[in-house]
Design a protein around this ligand. Structure first.
Ligand SMILES: NC(=O)c1ccc[n+]([C@@H]2O[C@H](COP(=O)([O-])OP(=O)(O)OC[C@H]3O[C@@H](n4cnc5c(N)ncnc54)[C@H](OP(=O)(O)O)[C@@H]3O)[C@@H](O)[C@H]2O)c1
Length: 311
């Protein structure tokens, strides 16, 4: 059997069927809250469903005070919500992005929002202040997810995050990394701490997480958010002139960006991906992925082989 993905087909089938049985359990925020027919996966710790495509904000929503750019990003966010999106990811590290998201939410409304931000400071005290700032900037009292950005001072912040969870100010606790960094430390946290979410880089090129972290997250029941699904924008450029494989049609994908997103979110351990875009047309294209089918192990192999042959 080919083992293209460092992930055996037997293992794929085992985790896929455990996900299937999970999806048969009654859910808290049930699938009914997700528009019918859209691809969604359960958060393992709660069985609350999330659409598999979310939205990142780094760079794309860091547009400062320009009213024109803020109005345009409001259209991007509005498109995201109207096409079934829920999870929006930001961070105090993203310049004005949190403030701009808050400004856009005033116009789009936040009924559909699953809010995810981060703590990004080496000081535990400053972490508490950052959370209050995030509440003000987004205009939300309670965040669904608070993540420790790039593991900075994770020991200090975990205690603060647990307190916030006990006080019902956040629903889920997470950690983040990217670019394949500090995976052994992430492994240590997954093995020894009770967390709900892990965010890491996972795309058709950056697949290091398949070896240890994704199987471990599945075993521990930790939801995984794939950041940089387009490798920061490089992958759509690289694939622009590539032929689509036959499998694209079967999956309901009409473009490489959609296939790339499908590749990230069809890994059994990945709960959702958070592509970032500054354009309504790209948001429409990316969100269309939700109307298709998740690739099987064989279809993932075909996507990967087609990509490798043409790259
Ligand atoms: N450590 C961390 O916690 C961490 C680290 C990195 C990233 N993140 C999170 O992950 C999110 C995503 O990562 P990212 O922003 O670095 O990169 P990304 O989502 O991989 O790529 C974003 C780029 O892709 C382009 N793009 C989007 N849709 C497209 C389409 N359909 N066709 C062609 N180009 C398209 C965008 O350009 P246009 O604007 O022209 O569409 C943008 O330049 C971030 O925004 C952030 O929220 C977290």
């Amino acid at each position: 059997m080919t083992k293209l993905l460092n992930y055996s087909r037997r293992e794929f089938t085992r985790v896929a069927s455990s996900l299937l049985s999970l999806s048969l359990l009654p859910s808290i925020a049930s699938k009914a809250e997700i528009s019918p027919g859209l691809l969604a996966k359960p958060i393992p710790k709660s069985n609350e469903y999330l659409p598999v495509i979310g939205m990142g904000t780094w760079i794309t929503f860091n547009v400062g005070n320009s009213q024109q750019l803020r109005a345009q990003r409001t259209q991007v966010l509005d498109t995201f919500f109207s096409m079934g999106g829920k999870i929006v990811d930001s961070s105090p590290m993203c310049g004005s992005a949190e403030e701009v998201v808050g400004n856009c939410l005033l116009k789009t409304g936040s009924e559909k929002l699953f809010s995810a931000t981060k703590t990004w400071t080496s000081s535990t005290q400053e972490g508490i202040k950052q959370f209050k700032d995030s509440q003000d900037l987004w205009g939300v009292e309670r965040f669904e997810l608070l993540q420790i950005h790039n593991l900075v001072n994770w020991r200090g912040h975990l205690k603060m995050l647990r307190n916030l969870k006990d006080q019902n100010k956040i629903k889920y606790i997470g950690i983040t990394t990217s670019h394949g960094r500090r995976h052994s430390e992430v492994e240590h946290i997954l093995k020894n701490e009770d967390i709900d979410f892990l965010q890491l880089t996972y795309n058709i090129v950056d697949r290091e997480a398949e070896a240890k972290l994704l199987p471990l997250a599945l075993e521990k029941g930790v939801a995984v958010i794939a950041n940089r699904p387009f490798q920061g924008g490089g992958l759509p450029k690289l694939t622009r002139n590539m032929t689509l494989p036959d499998v694209a049609k079967e999956l309901g994908c009409y473009s490489w960006p959609q296939l790339l997103l499908n590749y990230s979110v069809s890994h059994p351990a990945i709960t959702c991906a958070i592509p970032a875009t500054s354009k309504v047309s790209h948001m429409q294209e990316n969100m269309h992925t939700l109307t298709g089918q998740l690739a099987s192990a064989e279809q993932r192999d075909e996507i990967l082989m087609t990509y490798l042959r043409q790259s």
